[in-house]
Design a protein around this ligand. Structure first.
Ligand code: FRU
Length: 575
């Protein structure tokens, strides 16, 4: 038996050795710090000669503040995980507009003697081309930025024969920050070409989310003869005010210096603008936080996109209840099979209300319907000026792509066509993949009608596939479950509860006229699943193991009847 004094001694020894160890650690850290070169502020002039200034990035390195001063103006400012030794990747900043001018590069704190900007590198080409779009975690039919971070889609507008996709973008890091509007264009909503950053932070602060319209009638006077302006609205996140930018060529952008809508109350952001034909006025919906964290959507009207008058406001949830919280979307749809029209109001989480609008006040008839039931689909926006009159939506899909050596992070969803349909549940917003995606099918595997029961052979056993679109129609019959295993991810339909479960996410998927109709798109970054002929949209982000390339379908607890099953092998949009 150990006596009391023995116990005390060993206790004392433990404390003593802990203190000794901690002291040793801090002495070592202190010595390292003493020996480390001091950090100094850096400033150097260079002449802008090429298209880009090249900035080396080391993921996880301490953030440095960089400024570019031209003609005495702080034209670009951002933070960056500056690689003082070997970079993980290179960021590119367009300096072509200052060609021939002296530019002062200021960096707060780099290690004394660091060679990071010795020399300052300029380039005419946007590098990182080696293996671009072929990266392990790069969605192959989802838009993601070449490098850096994206979140919300912004300014979705069809203009001059192109679908424009602006996006919340950090061009200098793969985490959120330095919010700018990145820019990509597409002729078909499927293949995207990324262009230079369209809107950079300015005196108003970072450029947060917003929408865009085409001012066909030149109500703003910003257009040129025969060239209507594309007008974009964004939040300047320093003053929480709404600003306007425009373009008459879809490539170069100008901004009005003064806010068009000064801050109303607390957090104000994400202006969405639509045209209201009966009163021939523009309508803006902007998120406004009220007292006690009450979320609201503020409506304003304007004859010219510049002068805005507040006209009404509608409350959503409060605090963590995300109903009608940030990123408003507001549009009109015709009820399928009728002449009746309704307005839809939604916030970033896609919960929506269906109602009527008189040009000033939105009166909901049905509220808080679920827009989607997946994981991490957020801040969706729809296209204005869509040439076929469709209502097309793209959302931010929080994919897990900042892994290993990737130099980009996050992506957009596939484009979705929205319709308003009367179902047994009532009027509902229906989402389906856009028709244009069919162009990606490069091989079709068709399976006819079949019965599935416990232990039946897997009809898909011969498939070896990466990018896939699967279309399945079945009646569950006596089966309790029908399971489609997509490259190692089980998509489980529980026929008793009429629910779908994928990777721990469960959503109600009621049979429609006794049938279940599933559409599944499988990319490297997850599955986008449509059930009940578009009633349920369930995107589930999950990095699919590259080595698993098989599919299987099975039934449990009874016999299910498959009336149609097709698997399409898809090609990459980047090829
Ligand atoms: C939604 C959001 C917006 C904001 C933007 C900033 O994801 O928080 O409200 O404008 O992201 O990046």
């Amino acid at each position: 038996m150990v006596n009391k004094s023995g116990q005390f001694k060993s206790h004392f020894m433990k404390i003593f050795s802990n203190i000794f160890f901690l002291a040793l650690l801090s002495i070592t850290a202190w010595a390292q710090e003493r020996n480390a070169p001091p950090e100094v502020n850096y400033s150097k002039y260079f002449t802008a000669e090429k298209k880009y200034l090249v900035l080396p990035v080391k993921n996880g390195a301490p953030k440095r503040n960089v400024e570019l001063w031209v003609d005495g103006i702080n034209t670009r400012f951002f933070d960056i995980e500056l690689a003082e030794e070997t970079p993980d990747w290179l960021a590119y900043l367009d300096i072509s507009q200052w060609k021939g001018k002296p530019v002062e590069l200021r960096v707060d704190k780099i290690k004394q003697g660091s060679g990071v900007f010795n020399p300052i590198v300029q380039s005419d080409t946007d590098g990182n081309d080696d293996g671009l779009y072929k990266e392990k975690f790069r969605g192959q039919f989802h838009f993601s930025p070449k490098r850096g971070w994206t979140n919300d889609p912004n300014g979705l507008v069809y203009y001059n024969g192109e679908y424009h996709l602006f996006f919340q973008h950090n061009p200098y890091g793969r985490g959120w920050g330095n919010m700018s509007w990145g820019h990509a264009v597409s002729k078909d909503l499927v293949h995207w070409k990324e262009l230079d950053v369209a809107l950079h932070p300015g005196p108003f602060g970072p450029v947060f989310s917003g929408g865009a319209v085409v001012d066909q009638e030149n109500t703003s006077g910003l257009g040129k003869p025969g060239k209507p302006a594309m007008v974009m609205f964004f939040t300047g996140a320093r003053a929480w005010s709404q600003y306007l930018a425009w373009s008459t060529d879809g490539r170069s952008f100008q901004k009005l210096e003064k806010a068009v809508v000064p801050r109303i109350n607390k957090d104000n952001r994400d202006p969405k603008v639509v045209w209201y034909e009966p009163s021939k006025q523009w309508v803006m919906v902007v998120y406004v936080e009220r007292a006690h964290e009450q979320h609201s959507m503020q409506f304003l009207t304007s004859p010219d996109l510049k002068d805005w008058t507040p006209v009404s406001s509608i409350n959503g949830g409060a605090g963590r209840d995300g109903y009608l919280f940030e990123c408003p979307e507001f549009f009109q749809l015709t009820v399928e099979g009728s002449k009746e029209t309704k307005w839809i109001l939604t916030g970033a989480n896609s919960e929506y209300a269906i109602g009527n609008f008189d040009g000033k006040v939105f009166k909901p008839e049905t509220e808080r319907l679920n827009g989607q039931r997946g994981r991490d689909f957020y801040a969706a926006q729809t296209y204005s000026n869509e040439p076929k009159g469709r209502r097309i939506e793209i959302g931010w899909w929080r994919t897990h792509t900042d892994r290993e050596g990737m130099n980009f992070n996050q992506s957009m969803s596939i484009p979705l066509e929205l319709k308003l349909e009367r179902r047994t549940e009532g009027l509902r917003l229906i989402r389906r993949p856009v028709k244009e995606l069919e162009a990606l099918r490069n091989k079709t595997y068709s399976y006819g009608k079949m019965k599935l029961k416990d232990n039946s052979a897997n009809p898909l056993s011969s498939l070896d596939i990466e990018l896939a679109e699967i279309r399945l129609e079945f009646e569950p019959g006596t089966a309790k479950e029908v399971v489609l295993n997509v490259r190692g991810v089980p998509v489980i339909y529980n026929a008793v509860k009429q629910e779908l479960t994928i990777d721990g996410v469960t959503a109600s998927a009621p049979l429609q006229k006794g049938k279940q109709k599933l559409i599944i798109y499988a990319d490297r970054t997850g599955l986008e699943v449509f059930a009940g002929d578009g009633l349920l949209f369930m995107p589930v982000n999950i990095n699919i193991k590259p080595e698993i390339r098989s599919l299987s379908i099975s039934a449990r607890g009874g016999t299910a009847s498959v009336s149609d099953l097709k698997v399409y092998q898809l090609e990459s949009i980047w090829d």
